[in-house]
Design a protein around this ligand. Structure first.
Ligand SMILES: [Zn+2]
Length: 385
C-alpha cells in the first residue's frame, strides 16, 4: 500500500486499513534499525491490523486494533533520535509508544510477508525523501515534493514525457565508498556525478527525475528500490562502477534481475499441495494463495520490461564509447529486488582499470556516458504507452 506521512502538527489518524474484525492478531516482535537520517521501527505481527498513528507530546504512538502482545516490553534505543520503544497491552488493542528526542517527525507504512507495520522516525531538517526534478515545461519550476511528506504521484494532468518519473540510484554513498581505483577514485563519487548528469539529460528530454541520494550519505540497499516504489517511478536505474582483480578487465555492462524460474517451483509446490490429502476446498485455497504469490512475483519483478529497458540502454551505449560495451546480463542484485517497475543496474566502467578510472574521473566522459544512458531510457519510455 502507499505510505503516508504526517508532520507533528497534524496528530490525526493517518492510515486506516480495512477492518478485518480479527481479534487474534499477535504482535510478536519489535525491531529497529538506525540509519543516517532516520530510525526504523519494525513491528512484526501475525497480520497487518487496523492501526493509527498519533503524536502525543514527545511520543509517536501506534495504536494497533484487535492486536495482542506476546509480552509488554521496553526497548532502549538511545541512538540520538529515538530514546526508547514501549510495547503496551490494552483491552482489545496494543500500543507501541516511541519516545523521540525533539519534535516527532515520521512516516509509516505496512509490508507483507511477513506482515509488519513500519515507522520511520525522521531526523529533523534531513528528510530522507528525495525531491523530484521536473522539466520546466511541465511544472513551471523545479519544485521538490512536500518536504517531510511521503511523495504521492503528482496530481497534475501531465501529458507527454513528463508523466514518466525516473528514479536514479547513485550506488553506495556515505560510509560505503564502493570500489576504489588505483588513483583513489571512489565509486560513490563517480556514481553520484554520473547520476546528476543523467538527471540533467533526462530533464532536458522532458522527464521527471528523482535521485535516491543527492549527497554523500549511506542508504541501505533495500531502501533504494523502496524509494522508487513509493514514488511510483516508471523506471529505476542503479548506477555503479565495476571492479576486478585484473586491471585489464574493462567495459560497460547493463544488468537486470530475473528471479529464479518460477514456473517449475510453482509446479512442484502445487504438486506437493495436492499430495497433502486435504479436502477440495483447502486445496483450492492453498492453490489460490500460491497463484497470488506467483502473480505478485511476476508483477513486481517486471522481468520482461526490465530486459527491454536493459536492451534500450545497451543499444544506446554500444559502439559509442571508447571502451567495450560488453553485454546485458541477469543477476540477483539485492538493490533491484522488490522494485515494482523496470529496473536495471549499470556498471559504467571498471574503476579498477587505470585507463577507465581516468575516463570515470573525466567530466566530459561522464557527460558522454550520461547522455547515452539517458538516450537508452528515453528510447525505452518512448516505446511504452
Ligand atoms: Zn557498486
Amino acid at each position: 500500500m502507499a505510505a503516508s506521512t504526517t508532520l507533528p502538527s497534524t496528530a490525526t489518524p493517518i492510515a486506516i486499513l480495512p477492518s478485518q474484525a480479527d481479534s487474534s492478531i499477535l504482535l510478536s516482535n519489535v525491531r529497529y534499525y538506525s540509519a543516517t537520517n532516520y530510525t526504523r521501527i519494525v513491528i512484526d505481527l501475525s497480520k497487518v491490523p487496523d492501526y493509527k498513528v498519533t503524536v502525543e507530546g514527545g511520543y509517536i504512538v501506534v495504536n494497533l486494533r484487535s492486536t495482542r502482545v506476546s509480552k509488554e516490553e521496553t526497548y532502549k534505543i538511545r541512538d540520538g533520535l529515538v530514546k526508547d520503544v514501549e510495547v503496551l497491552s490494552g483491552d482489545d488493542h496494543s500500543k507501541v509508544r516511541i519516545g523521540v528526542e525533539g519534535i516527532p517527525l515520521y512516516r509509516d507504512f505496512t509490508l507483507e510477508q511477513p506482515p509488519r507495520v513500519v515507522i520511520d522516525v525522521l531526523r529533523r531538517g534531513q528528510p530522507s525523501i528525495p525531491s523530484v526534478v521536473s522539466p520546466p515545461s511541465v511544472s513551471g519550476e523545479q519544485k521538490p515534493l512536500v518536504q517531510g511528506a511521503m511523495p504521492q504521484k503528482e496530481e497534475t494532468q501531465v501529458r507527454g514525457k513528463g508523466r514518466f518519473l525516473v528514479v536514479l540510484d547513485p550506488g553506495h554513498g556515505g560510509e560505503d565508498a564502493g570500489a576504489i581505483g588505483a588513483m583513489g577514485t571512489k565509486e560513490k563519487d563517480v556514481t553520484l556525478s554520473v547520476s546528476f548528469l543523467v538527471r540533467d539529460e533526462l530533464v532536458k528530454r522532458g522527464y521527471r527525475v528523482a535521485l535516491t541520494r543527492d549527497r554523500d550519505i549511506t542508504i541501505p540497499l533495500e531502501e533504494r528500490a523502496r524509494i522508487a516504489n513509493r514514488l511510483k517511478a516508471d523506471a529505476f536505474i542503479s548506477i555503479h562502477c565495476n571492479a576486478a582483480f585484473s586491471p585489464s578487465a574493462s567495459g560497460s555492462e547493463v544488468y537486470y534481475m530475473a528471479l529464479p524460474t518460477d514456473s517449475s517451483a510453482m509446479a512442484v509446490a502445487l504438486r506437493e499441495n495436492m499430495e497433502l490429502g486435504l479436502d477440495k476446498e483447502e486445496v483450492k485455497k492453498r492453490t489460490d494463495v500460491l497463484v497470488r504469490i506467483l502473480e505478485d512475483m511476476m508483477k513486481n519483478a517486471k522481468i520482461n520490461d526490465s530486459a527491454k529497458l536493459a536492451e534500450s540502454i545497451y543499444g544506446a551505449m554500444r559502439g559509442r564509447l571508447e571502451i567495450p560495451v560488453r553485454r546485458i546480463a541477469q543477476a540477483p542484485f539485492f538493490v533491484l529486488r522488490g522494485a515494482m517497475m523496470p529496473a536495471v543496474l549499470i556498471e559504467v566502467a571498471f574503476i579498477s582499470n587505470p585507463r577507465e578510472e581516468r575516463l570515470l574521473r573525466d567530466a566530459s566522459w561522464q557527460r558522454k556516458v550520461a547522455t547515452l544512458i539517458a538516450d537508452g531510457i528515453n528510447r525505452y519510455l518512448s516505446s511504452i504507452r
